[in-house]
Write a protein that binds this ligand. Sequence first.
Ligand SMILES: [Mg+2]
Length: 317
Amino acid sequence: LLQEDALIDRFWRGLGARRDDVVLGIGDDAALLTPPSGQHLVAAVDTLNEGVHFPSAIPASAVGHRLLAVNLSDLAAMGAVPAWATMSLSLPAPDEDWLRGFAEGLGALARRHDVALVGGDTVRGPLSLSLQLLGFVPAGEALTRAGAVPGDGIYVTGEPGLAAAGLRRMQASRPPSDPLVEAFLWPQPRLAVGRALRGVASAAIDVSDGLVTDLGRLLDASACGGRLDAASLPLSRLAGAGVDPDDALDFALAGGDDYELLFTVPPALAPVLAERSADWEVGVSRIGEVEKAPGLRISGGPDDLPTGWRHFDGGAQ
Ligand SMILES: [Mg+2]
């Protein structure tokens, strides 16, 4: 493996955005950063292991993109603005091509969201990648999973299920430019949406492990239950990509890796949501309603809703 100093010079120094609040960046014993006053510091961390969190076959640039995207998505779900990242990489063998691709994918997404890489550690071992992302949210304005109350509408951005369908398709044949495979490889965290939901959403979470699982977490945290209307799930891109309707519903309900935002909005603020979402780069769908009774009920959809979905008990998975 290349020496740590050489790795820093070649790949990590200057990766991502330049920020005035970085007093001292990568290359010393630690970074020096200036947090803005009046804001909470928001911190998230995620680890990706090869073969567990991403297939070995995906391009290095997509791995770099994913490592940052999963953390950006967590900050989006808090209504936060990202700023600084540190990462820890365990790599099995020297592979400059792989590192270059990884740095390109990570750096491009970091620049797009104004994130500076301010620290990194590289060790030899099984391929395992960990990134911590720091950002800000005005004090008192963060979105959390708690806060939904009965009567709130349940909404989701984009079309959950695309990534899972893309992963299945990639494992089957690896078509070069399938839109579903693209959705799996290049998830787009919804930071602008998260910020716009401050003061509108009563609760929010990002969809990382599947719509039903993550909605269960939000409802549990809010001490509520809910009803999900399967007939109102957005499935048009899955249908357009030739996915069988039963499979599409399964992907939408249980598929992970979408990194869309799932959130609740009080009825009185639905017009504000409609106004703000008009110029979003992604669509938003109302897919259900928060209810008092615990558990998640799934209504609507085809009569042959896959076994287990019709009377899903919610939460515990
Ligand atoms: Mg999350």
